[in-house]
Design a binder for this molecule. Structure first.
Ligand code: ADP
Length: 636
C-alpha cells in the first residue's frame, strides 16, 4: 500500500482497478505489482496476496525459457524509456491446469503497457492490460495448419488434413467463428480463377449472384448465431463468368462448448437444378398436351348425347376416336421414356420383311393425313431381324413429323436402299426445316427446336425414343436440313456382314479395309487417310489405332484426313476422338492434321465437336475441299 501511495494512487483508485471486469496489473516504475484486478487474478488462478508488492518477474515469467518473456521485458523497458504506451504482439504465456497443477495449458494474450505520468512528467505507475485471445489463436492455427503446404513442422494428422482438403474434387472452405472466410482449397481457386488471398479477402459475397445474396447472408447469420448447420442454395460465378447453382453447407467445429471453426463445402448442383426446371416445364407441357384431346373428347361425347342424326353421330365418333388415338400415343410415349430411363426397353427380335413394314406404316399414316402425298421408292425387298413394332414406331415418328412440320407442303418422299450392308431409310419433307445449330440437340429428351416449339403440338419425345430404338438395334440416324426448305431424316440399320473380306495391305504402308484406306506419301512426308462408308465408335477407334501405328513406322508428322466418303453420322465417337484419339496420335508423332469435311452436316458436327474438345497440341485445320487441305499441309 505504501508503494501504491508513493505512486500517487489513492485507495479509491486502487479499488476501481481491482473491480474492473478487464484484466489489469498496476505496476510501479520499478516493476513491482501494486495491484491486480479480480479478473486478472481469476484468469491466472492467483490470490491478491500472491502478487501484491512483488516484482512482476518473480510472480510471472519466472522461467527464463518461458515463451513471451523477452517480449514483456522489452515492452516494459521501452515504456520506461519512452514514457509512451506500447502494445505487444500476441504473447504466449501458459497457465497451470487447475485440474492438474503439473500440466501447463497453452494460453495466448494480447497486452499493452500504458504509463501514467505525474505533474513532473515522471512515470507514476504503469497499467498492464491484457486480454485472453487463446480461442482466436487456436482457430487461426487450425486454418493455418490447413493453409500451409505440408511441411516437416506439421504433425502427420495436420499434413493429412491439408492434403485431404486440397485433394477434394469440390469446393471446401473454412471460416472463423465470426463468419469470416479464412481458407479455401485449391479446387476452389481453380474453379473461380482467383488465388486464395483474393477469395478470403473478398469472401463468397464477391461470387454470389446478386439475386441470391440476401437470402444467403441471412442464412449464414442465423447459422453463426445459433451454431447450427448452414445450408443454402445459391448461384456462384465461376471463372468463365457463368453462374452455376451450388449447394453451400457448413458445420461448426465445437471445442470446449465453443465454436472454433466452420467447415464448409459448395457443391455444384447446376445440372440437377436445370433438370428440375426442365422437368417442371415438361410437366406443364405434358398436362396441356393431355388435356387438349381430352377436352375435345368430352365435347364430342356431349354432342353425341344430344344428336339423333346417324350421319352426325358417325362423324363425332370418328373425331372422338382420333383424339383417343392421340391420347393413347402420348401416354405410350411417356411410358416409353420411363422404360428407357429405367433401362427396361425390351426388344422382341424376329425376322420380318422390312419393305412390307414400310408399306404398312406409310399406308396407315397416309390414311390419317390426306393433306400430303407420301411416295415410296424402295430399291430392294429386304428381310431384317429386329423388333418390327419398334422399328415401325421410328418410321411412323419420321413420317408424322414430316407431315406436322411441313404444313405448307403436300408431299413426302420416302426412300429405302441398301448401302454397304446397311439398310438406309430417308424421309424427306419440304417444310419449315431446322437451323443447323439445333440439329444435334433434337435427339435429346424434351428438346424442341425454337421455330416449332410454340407453333406445333408435341412433347419432344418422339426423336429421343427413336434414337434409343435405333441404338438398341446398333443403328444410327442423322438429318440433313435447310430452314424453310425442308428436312431429310435418315436412319441406318446394319445387316449381318457377309463373310469377312480380309483387309489389303503392303510393305509400303498401304492399308485398306471397308471403313478406312491409309496411304503413305513419301514425297510429301505424310499419311493420307480416306474414311469409307458408315463409321461407329469401333471403326473410328480401329482406324486411329492403325494411323498411330503407321505414324510411328513412317516417322511422319502430318495427316491428310479425308471424310468425303463418310456416310451417315459417327457422333457417338466424336468425344473419344477429341479426348483420346488426338492424344494417342500426338504420342505417335502427329503434329499437323488437315481435316476435309464430309458433305453430310451431321458428320461435320461430329468433326467440329472432336476438334473443339481436342486435348493436346496437334495443330488441326478443317477444310471443305481437298486441294486447300493439301496446300496447307505442304506449307507446314
Ligand atoms: P415433337 O414433334 O413431339 O416435338 P419429336 O421428338 O418428334 O417431338 O421432335 C423433336 C423436335 O424436332 C420437334 O419439336 C421439332 O422442333 C423438330 N423436328 C422433328 N421433325 C422435324 C421435321 N420434319 N421438320 C422440322 N423440325 C422437325
Amino acid at each position: 500500500m505504501e508503494i501504491a501511495e508513493k505512486s500517487g494512487l489513492t485507495a479509491d483508485m486502487l479499488k476501481v482497478f481491482e473491480t474492473l471486469p478487464n484484466m489489469y496489473l498496476i505496476l510501479s516504475p520499478d516493476l513491482m505489482i501494486l495491484t491486480a484486478s479480480q479478473a486478472y487474478l481469476t484468469a491466472v488462478n492467483k490470490k491478491s496476496t500472491d502478487v501484491q508488492g512483488k516484482f512482476i518477474f518473480d510472480v510471472f515469467y519466472q522461467d527464463n525459457d518461458m515463451p513471451g518473456l523477452t517480449d514483456i521485458q522489452t515492452s516494459l523497458q521501452q515504456v520506461l524509456h519512452t514514457k509512451k504506451a506500447h502494445q505487444l504482439p500476441v504473447t504466449r504465456y501458459d497457465l497451470p491446469d487447475p485440474a492438474d497443477k503439473q500440466r501447463l495449458l497453452e494460453r495466448y494474450w494480447l497486452s499493452s503497457h500504458t504509463p501514467v505520468l505525474n505533474t513532473d512528467g515522471q512515470i507514476s505507475y504503469i497499467i498492464h492490460q491484457t486480454e485472453n485471445v487463446t480461442d482466436l489463436i487456436f482457430t487461426e492455427h487450425k486454418a493455418k495448419a490447413v493453409l500451409r503446404p505440408p511441411s516437416n513442422e506439421m504433425t502427420l494428422s495436420e499434413q493429412r488434413f491439408a492434403f485431404l482438403l486440397n485433394a477434394m474434387p469440390q469446393q471446401v472452405w473454412t471460416a472463423r467463428p465470426d463468419g469470416t472466410l479464412d481458407y479455401v482449397n485449391e479446387f476452389s481457386c481453380t474453379y473461380f480463377g482467383k488465388d486464395i488471398n483474393y477469395i478470403t479477402d473478398h469472401g463468397w459475397q464477391a461470387f454470389v449472384h446478386p439475386q441470391d445474396i440476401d437470402a444467403c447472408l441471412k442464412t449464414w447469420q442465423t447459422a453463426l448465431e445459433t451454431g447450427k448447420e448452414y445450408m443454402v442454395e445459391f448461384r456462384l460465378q465461376m471463372h468463365t463468368g457463368a453462374y452455376k447453382w451450388h449447394l453451400g453447407r457448413a458445420v461448426p467445429l465445437i471445442e470446449n462448448g465453443q465454436t472454433t471453426l466452420w467447415l464448409g463445402t459448395n457443391i455444384n448442383i447446376d445440372l440437377q437444378k436445370n433438370n428440375e426446371q426442365k422437368k417442371d416445364e415438361f410437366l406443364s407441357i405434358a398436362s396441356h398436351e393431355l388435356k387438349t384431346p381430352l377436352t375435345s373428347i368430352k365435347a364430342f361425347n356431349q354432342l353425341m348425347q344430344r344428336t339423333s342424326d346417324p350421319e352426325k353421330l358417325n362423324s363425332f365418333i370418328h373425331k372422338s376416336a382420333e383424339r383417343i388415338f392421340r391420347l393413347e400415343k402420348l401416354i405410350n410415349d411417356l411410358l416409353d421414356v420411363t422404360r428407357i430411363n429405367a433401362g427396361k426397353m425390351i426388344y422382341n427380335l424376329e425376322e420380318f420383311n422390312f419393305s412390307q413394314m414400310l408399306r404398312d406404316s406409310i399406308e396407315s399414316v397416309q390414311y390419317t393425313s390426306p393433306s400430303h402425298q407420301i411416295s415410296l421408292e424402295c430399291e430392294n425387298e429386304v428381310l431384317y431381324t429386329g423388333d418390327r413394332f419398334r422399328i415401325e414406331q421410328v418410321v411412323n415418328n419420321f413420317l408424322t413429323n414430316a407431315i406436322k412440320y411441313s404444313p405448307g407442303a403436300d408431299k413426302i418422299l420416302v426412300k429405302s436402299s441398301i448401302q454397304l450392308q446397311n439398310i438406309i431409310l430417308s424421309v424427306q419433307d419440304f417444310g419449315i426445316g431446322i437451323p443447323e445449330q439445333e440439329l444435334d440437340r433434337l435427339f435429346e429428351r424434351y428438346y424442341r427446336a425454337d421455330n416449332s416449339a410454340m407453333r406445333f403440338e408435341g412433347l419432344g419425345l418422339g426423336l429421343f425414343i427413336s434414337s434409343e430404338i435405333l441404338k438398341g438395334h446398333q443403328g444410327s440416324f442423322w438429318i440433313e436440313s435447310e430452314p424453310d426448305q425442308g428436312s431429310t431424316f435418315y436412319f441406318r440399320l446394319p445387316l449381318p456382314s457377309p463373310e469377312n473380306v480380309g483387309p489389303e495391305a503392303n510393305e509400303n504402308h498401304f492399308y485398306k479395309d471397308n471403313t478406312i484406306s491409309i496411304t503413305y506419301n513419301p514425297d510429301k512426308q505424310r499419311l493420307e487417310v480416306d474414311w469409307l462408308g458408315f463409321q461407329n465408335l469401333e471403326t473410328v477407334q480401329h482406324g486411329c489405332q492403325l494411323l498411330a501405328d503407321r505414324l510411328q513406322k513412317t516417322k511422319v508428322h502430318k495427316i491428310l484426313n479425308d471424310n468425303n466418303h463418310v456416310l451417315g453420322t459417327w457422333s457417338e465417337a466424336s468425344e473419344w476422338v477429341g479426348k483420346s484419339g488426338f492424344p494417342m496420335l500426338e504420342k505417335s508423332g502427329l503434329q499437323y492434321f488437315a481435316w476435309v469435311f464430309s458433305p453430310i452436316a451431321f458428320s461435320q458436327l461430329s468433326a467440329r465437336k472432336s476438334v473443339d474438345i481436342a486435348e493436346g497440341n496437334v495443330i488441326t485445320q478443317l477444310f471443305t475441299d481437298l486441294p486447300s487441305a493439301r496446300k496447307w499441309l505442304d506449307s507446314k
